[in-house]
Design a protein around this ligand. Structure first.
Ligand code: ATP
Ligand code: MG
Length: 397
């Protein structure tokens, strides 16, 4: 198969490949970008594989960065773009079911393609737009199938993260999992425990946010992969709601909030749950606020002041979560009420602590209390947000 017209991103990268070829080396576009172009998906980065060794690549280009020399990767800056150029390699010595101990550079593309995870990720394209397809990746693309390159079981033994990548690509690409590949995951899911939580988490999040997240999550549960990620073991019953949700999340904060709600995790356990997944404090903090707001909305119709305190971002994110979970809340009314608030953030209040001190209130707890009182009255619409009106109000206290 040959592409008639190379997409712009590839055209821009052509001179890079040509320079490698003119230097006497082979060079191809490889991996995700070739797959994505054939699927008509947006391409975020173009990966290049070459027979040149990293030192040889560096000699051919003025601006390079040693991204991962030991793995054969050099980043080349060319015409305002950056390209990862990786020497053809095989990976050997998968001692503990995760990344190989060392890589061996090889002189032909075939060996390099063989080490790749799935047939659709093992495609290459030359400067002429010709697709090199050693494992029927094109057919699998056509049939929307994720299939391991070679023997699935062996491949998952080499690197167990590939099992998570399988369900992640299912979700992102809306593909199905080929039968033997799925069986190999079911038979080997425990190997996932060998993989660092951060790497599993990144794949989990990509899976959870893909357009086919619910179906992928179903397979993630069915194959028991879910038993080998933090805090999910033995919780399949609770998680089975995810595939049945009305739609799937598009924000990472929503994804974690939904998982926490489905797992019925207590509020004081959220931080420890998030930590087990090695999530950042910032992410944890946002999720805690969303869950608190979710509980508030489930409990009562919030006051204007409560809506104000929650703030736009958390409020909208919570509405998103509630809608995904099919929670009966009146989103439109809440959104209207938020937009109708006289002030929407603290800095819209025309007075501050200094103003109160000038009005004779001494610094201390009283100051904060008074400021809150003023804010509450303004937010509730009982007091105009003007210095005159507020001065008058202070005198009446
Ligand atoms: P994305 O769109 O998420 O970047 P991608 O397919 O480009 O998808 P990357 O993680 O960027 O995925 O990897 C680039 C390529 O490297 C893959 O297409 C695949 O050929 C190969 N690859 C990546 N991770 C593995 C792995 N764990 N085992 C085997 N091959 C892998
Ligand atoms: Mg990529």
């Amino acid at each position: 198969m040959k592409l008639k017209e190379l997409p712009e991103v590839f055209k821009a990268a052509l001179p890079v490949l040509e320079r490698l070829e003119n230097g006497g080396f082979e060079a191809y576009f490889v991996g995700g970008s070739v797959r994505d172009i054939l699927l008509g998906r947006h391409i975020h980065d173009v990966d290049i594989a070459t027979s040149a060794y990293p030192e040889e690549v560096k000699k051919l280009f003025d601006k390079t960065i040693d991204t991962g020399i030991q793995h054969g990767t050099v980043t080349v800056l060319y015409d305002g773009e950056s390209y990862e150029i990786t020497t053809f390699r095989t990976e050997s010595g998968y001692q503990d079911f995760r990344r190989p101990d060392h890589v061996t550079f090889v002189q032909n593309l075939d060996e390099d393609l063989k080490r790749r995870d799935f047939t659709i990720n093992a495609l290459a394209m030359n400067t002429q737009g010709e697709i090199i397809d050693l494992f029927n990746g094109l057919e699998d693309l056509e049939n929307k199938v994720i299939r391991a390159v070679g023997d699935a079981e062996t491949r998952f033994h080499e690197d167990a993260l590939r099992m998570m990548r399988a369900v992640r690509f299912m979700s992102q690409l809306k593909f199905n999992l080929e039968e033997k590949t799925e069986q190999a995951i079911s038979d080997n899911h425990q190997l996932l425990q060998k993989i660092s939580v951060e790497r599993v988490r990144d794949e989990f999040v990509k899976m959870g946010l893909g357009p086919n997240a619910r179906k992928a999550f179903d397979v993630f549960l069915k194959t028991h992969l879910s038993e080998d990620v933090p805090e999910f073991a033995g919780k399949r019953d609770l998680l089975e709601i995810f595939p049945k949700l009305k739609f799937s999340p598009t924000m990472e904060t929503s994804l974690w909030s939904i998982v926490i709600i489905l797992l019925k995790i207590q509020n004081n356990q959220i931080a420890s749950f998030m930590k087990k997944w090695k999530n950042s404090n910032a992410m944890t903090n946002q999720v805690e606020q969303i869950i608190a707001c979710f509980d508030l909305l489930a409990d009562r119709v919030p006051s204007d002041y409560e809506i104000f305190k929650v703030g736009k971002q958390v409020l909208f994110n919570t509405i998103d979560v509630a809608n995904i979970l099919g929670q009966p809340i009146n989103s439109n009314a809440l959104i209207d009420r938020y937009f109708a608030l006289p002030i929407k953030s603290n800095d819209e209040l025309v007075i501050d602590g200094r103003f109160l001190i000038e009005k004779g209130i001494n610094p201390g707890p009283k100051l904060g209390e008074t400021l809150d009182k003023v804010k509450k009255e303004v937010v509730s619409g009982n007091l105009r947000n003007s210095q005159d009106a507020i001065s008058e109000y202070l005198e009446s206290l």
